[in-house]
Design a protein. Structure first.
Length: 132
C-alpha cells in the first residue's frame, strides 16, 4: 500500500532560486511552506502492516506566489552578517555559533536495517510536493 502525503509535483525549474509546482491557490497561499521529497522504502510495523513510504526531504521551500493552478516556490533564508567588521565589533558572536549534530544511539547493531534511497538533494522535474 503506497501512502504518501503527495500534494503535487515539481513541474518547472525556472532558475537556481525558484521552481514551479502544480499546486494552486485552492491549497496554498503566499507564505506557506512546502517540502520537496522523494518516496523511498515502504515502512512496515513489526506485524508487517504498511505504515506508508519513507519520505526523503530534499528541501523545505516558501511559497512566494500562487495562481489558480500553480505556485512559485523559493528557499528564503535569513543569513547572518559575517563581515570582518561586524565580527570585530561583536566578539561574542564568535562564541555563540552552535552546531547541531546527531549523536549515536545505544542500539542493537544486528537490528540495523538501513533505508535504500538516493540521498541526492538535487530537485528534479516530477519530484513530489507536500505541505509543511
Amino acid at each position: 500500500m503506497e501512502k504518501t502525503n503527495n500534494l503535487g509535483k515539481v513541474i518547472r525549474i525556472i532558475s537556481e532560486k525558484a521552481i514551479i509546482i502544480d499546486v494552486g491557490s485552492d491549497y496554498l497561499t503566499e507564505g506557506d511552506k512546502v517540502q520537496i521529497y522523494t518516496a523511498g522504502d515502504e515502512i512496515k510495523d513489526l506485524d508487517g502492516n504498511s505504515l506508508g513510504m519513507y519520505e526523503y526531504i530534499k528541501a523545505t521551500l516558501d511559497v512566494v506566489q500562487t495562481s489558480e493552478n500553480y505556485s512559485v516556490c523559493k528557499n528564503i533564508v535569513e543569513k547572518e552578517n559575517n563581515s570582518i567588521y561586524s565580527e570585530l565589533n561583536n566578539l561574542s558572536a564568535l562564541y555563540s555559533r552552535k552546531q547541531k549534530v546527531a549523536e549515536d544511539l545505544c542500539v542493537d547493531i544486528d537490528d540495523i536495517n538501513p533505508l535504500h534511497l538516493d540521498e541526492n538533494k538535487t530537485i528534479k522535474l516530477g519530484d513530489l510536493v507536500k505541505k509543511y
